[in-house]
Ligand binder design. Structure first.
Ligand code: SF4
Ligand code: SF4
Ligand code: SF4
Length: 256
């Protein structure tokens, strides 16, 4: 990066932009970040734009043909591409759209006005690595601030970021939570990638799997735990539909 400050760009595709908001909520750290990098694209925070950048943080999934072209251009220009959040990393909640026929989706979104949109510029939702090579992933819906800061720091030091690859249950135990299985609930923590401090369990619910699965999920142990508590695997498979729909479809097609 020639001794200059690295140029960093943020881009968003189909999403709620909540992960960019998580970056902006690093108020305390932002002055330090700005002293180390030049931010050249960040729609949520600035109007300036540039096609010259080193690191691209890409938020959102791909759901339109036009987005494919834009994403390929970003990949060509950036030395490092980081998927920012669940929508980008796994397709996230947007993949729910893929479960329904287009006519039904149109009716749900536009109601009686659906006939005004005979053709919608929309394609089945995909995570960005269905289109381009992704160097690193920051998981979560939204991303945890600390993970963004740790990945950025590693990149600036020229190191490979360490992405957690153990299940949420480890974070959950460290947080001192009582397992929700004891309360008769299901939970995706045993197969989901940690890094969020098991925040959902800490605040009274269960893990929905927003960070996607660990690399080698121990599904056998999870199934045995479910059985021990009188719960079924089917119920958990339904839970996977929320954040794991695109991955499930890929697995079913046998291409990932
Ligand atoms: S991952 Fe969640 S918070 Fe982030 S952009 Fe997608 S929907 Fe929003
Ligand atoms: S199953 Fe869920 S509630 Fe139980 S320890 Fe794991 S993450 Fe926590
Ligand atoms: S507990 Fe599960 S659903 Fe909640 S933030 Fe962590 S990975 Fe996501």
């Amino acid at each position: 990066m020639n001794g200059e400050k690295p140029k960093v760009a943020f881009f968003s595709f189909t999403c709620c932009e909540g992960c960019q908001l998580a970056v902006l909520s690093c108020e305390k750290e932002l002055p330090d970040i700005l002293s180390l990098v030049n931010i050249v694209n960040f729609r949520e925070a600035m109007t300036g734009k540039s096609d010259d950048y080193d690191i691209a943080f890409v938020e959102g999934s791909i759901s339109r043909k036009e987005e494919i072209k834009k994403l390929k251009k970003i990949r060509k220009k950036a030395k490092v591409v980081v998927a920012l959040g669940a929508c980008s990393s796994t397709g996230g909640l947007n993949c729910l759209k893929n479960r329904f026929p287009m006519e039904e989706v149109k009716k749900i979104v536009y109601g009686k006005g659906a006939s005004r949109y005979p053709i919608l510029d929309t394609i089945p939702v995909m995570p960005i690595d269905s289109i381009v090579k992704v160097d690193y992933y920051i998981h979560g819906c939204p991303i945890p601030k600390k993970e963004f800061l740790s990945v950025l720091t590693s990149l600036l030091l020229g190191k490979s970021p360490e992405i957690p690859n153990h299940p949420v249950c480890v974070d959950c135990k460290l947080a001192g939570n009582i397992c929700v299985f004891e309360k008769g609930m299901r939970c995706l923590g045993p197969i989901t990638r940690a890094g969020c401090d098991a925040v959902c369990v800490t605040y009274g619910t269960y893990c929905w799997g927003c960070r996607g699965p660990v690399d080698n999920p121990n599904t056998q142990a999870h199934a045995e735990t479910l059985k021990r508590y009188g719960l079924t695997v089917d119920g958990v498979m339904k839970m996977l539909d929320l954040y794991g729909r695109c991955r499930k479809a890929r697995t079913q097609k046998g291409n990932r």
